[in-house]
Design a protein. Structure first.
Length: 86
C-alpha cells in the first residue's frame, strides 16, 4: 500500500499535468478565436456554404474547448480538496 506521501506526490503530479493541459487549451482556444476572426473577415460579403461550414466547425470546437477547460478546473479543484484532506 502506498504511503500518504506517495499518494500526495502522485496527486501533485496529476495537478501539474492538469494545469499544463489547461494552459495548452487556453493557447489552442486563442488560436481558434484567431482563425474564426480571420475566416469571418476574409469571407465578408459571401455566404458560401464551405465558409459557413468552417465557421460552424470552429465555433463548435471553441465551445468544446471551453467545456474541457471547465472540466479540467473541476478536476483540479477536486484533487486539491482531496489532497488537503490527506
Amino acid at each position: 500500500m502506498a504511503s500518504i506521501q506517495d499518494v500526495q506526490a502522485q496527486l501533485a503530479a496529476g495537478k501539474q499535468s492538469a494545469q499544463q493541459a489547461l494552459r495548452a487549451l487556453g493557447t489552442a482556444t486563442a488560436e481558434v478565436d484567431k482563425a474564426l476572426q480571420q475566416i469571418s473577415g476574409a469571407a465578408q460579403g459571401t455566404n458560401h456554404p464551405k465558409v459557413q461550414q468552417s465557421v460552424a466547425a470552429l465555433t463548435q470546437a471553441r465551445a468544446k474547448a471551453q467545456e474541457m477547460q471547465q472540466l479540467l478546473v473541476a478536476g483540479h479543484q477536486a484533487v486539491t480538496e482531496y489532497s488537503g484532506q490527506l
